[in-house]
Design a protein around this ligand. Structure first.
Ligand code: FAD
Length: 361
């Protein structure tokens, strides 16, 4: 098969990471996904409230949360989130809102891989000098022909169910009796909650444990969805490919927050690509700048990975004692604003140049 068409840029995956890139880039851009934009939700869609505000999609917010309870055996720790409130949002409205800000051409097709530098899809082959892999944990382009293997480690698995149960706070549960080496959550979404379990060990057979958890809470599930998500930073660039979001392992360990990093790094990557297409920056320099930007956050990922290891391996009661200390002043005042503003630099400065300048690029 010969190349059907040349684009300035091709973005594979039209969820958080891909849409964040697409809304920044201008030119002849092809955005592809195997599903319609916003049609398939895999996440509880919890993120700081400043995120949808920054992106101009605040109308997608379903519920605002200024409290988070962490339940461990024998104690419940309440975190005051008022300094940086969280929210849960409607995935479809959020994704479509981002798409509306993009001028890219959207094509619904499954990507099969790279072949002689071209993106091979079920709709034919497409070429472009700039290619972004935002295809989620599988990383359909950056991982080559074989998909990433979750059993090699570095991947968690999450399974959740929409339920009619309402609540006025976010809840995390770290308790071996509920899920071993993992966490449970109740994320209220206005009418009802998304209730789920995550395994840091990547165990994907969470159905029986989730059914017990739901029964304990008295919540009736209306279906299930789940998938893997990474807990280790991967490569931000591979050859001339940019990787963003779960495709680059950017989901935060411990809390499994992957939306904010996908949007943040996607926005920064998109800004660099915009400059490449405008003739302001060479592609090699953009790749190097993006690599440096991501790797600048390595330490934060290491700290969270260590905390995830504690949550998975320390006796739940010990973890509860540590978590309680982190829920009180002065520790809470130290870490919560830092965690809650991860990725906010772009929001605060409103542009990419400040961020890139700080990386020394
Ligand atoms: C149960 C669960 C709950 C979670 N809850 C939260 C939460 O509350 N808050 C939070 O911040 N994070 C949460 N996460 C993590 C978060 O969902 C991910 O980190 C986030 O979705 C990553 O975004 P992404 O755009 O990189 O990848 P994805 O959202 O996975 O998007 C990848 C896109 O690529 C497309 N695609 C994949 N392969 C192909 C292909 N071959 N061809 C064409 N298209 C393709 C997919 O259709 C999809 O649209 C949760 C994860 C799970 C599993």
């Amino acid at each position: 098969m010969t190349a059907r068409r040349d684009y300035d840029a091709i973005i594979v995956g039209a969820s958080f990471a891909g849409l964040a890139v697409a809304r920044r880039v201008r030119g002849d851009v092809l955005l592809v996904d195997r599903h319609e934009v916003g049609a398939v939700q895999t996440s509880a869609c919890g993120t700081p409230l400043w995120v949808p505000r920054w992106l101009g999609v605040e109308s997608s917010v379903l519920q605002v949360h200024d409290r988070l309870d962490l339940r461990t055996p024998g104690r419940t720790i309440s975190y005051d989130l008022r300094a940086i409130p969280f929210c849960t949002f409607d995935y479809g409205a959020f994704a479509r809102g981002l798409l509306a800000q993009s001028t890219a051409t959207f094509l619904k097709t499954a990507v099969l891989g790279l072949e002689d530098g071209a993106v091979r899809t079920t709709a034919g082959r497409f070429t472009a000098p700039v290619i972004v892999d935002a295809s989620g944990w599988r990383g359909v382009l950056v991982n080559g022909r074989g998909p990433a293997l979750p059993e090699r480690g570095g991947y968690s698995f999450g399974l959740e169910a929409p339920t009619p149960l309402g609540d006025d706070k976010l809840t995390f549960v770290v308790d071996r009796r509920v899920v071993s080496r993992g966490l449970g959550w109740v994320f209220p979404v206005g009418r009802g909650s998304l209730i789920g379990l995550g395994s840091y060990a990547g165990a994907s057979r969470l159905g029986p444990a989730l059914r017990l958890f739901l029964a304990d809470l008295g919540a009736a599930p209306a279906g299930y969805h789940g998938t893997f998500f990474p807990s280790r930073l991967g490569r931000p660039t591979v050859g001339r490919l940019f990787a963003v979001g779960d495709a680059a392992g950017q989901c935060l360990p411990l809390t499994a927050e992957g939306i904010r990093p996908a949007l943040y790094f996607g926005d920064r990557c998109g800004e660099l690509i915009r400059r490449v297409l405008a003739g302001e920056l060479a592609l090699d320099s953009a790749l190097a700048d993006y690599r440096r930007l991501v790797l600048r956050h390595r330490q934060a990922y290491r700290v969270l990975l260590y905390a995830q290891w504690l949550a998975a391996h320390a006796p739940s009661r010990w973890f509860g004692t540590i978590a309680a200390a982190f829920g009180r002043w002065p520790l809470l005042a130290y870490w919560w604003p830092r965690y809650g503003t991860f990725g906010r630099l772009a929001h605060a400065t409103g542009g990419g140049s400040a961020v890139i300048a700080r990386t020394g690029a």
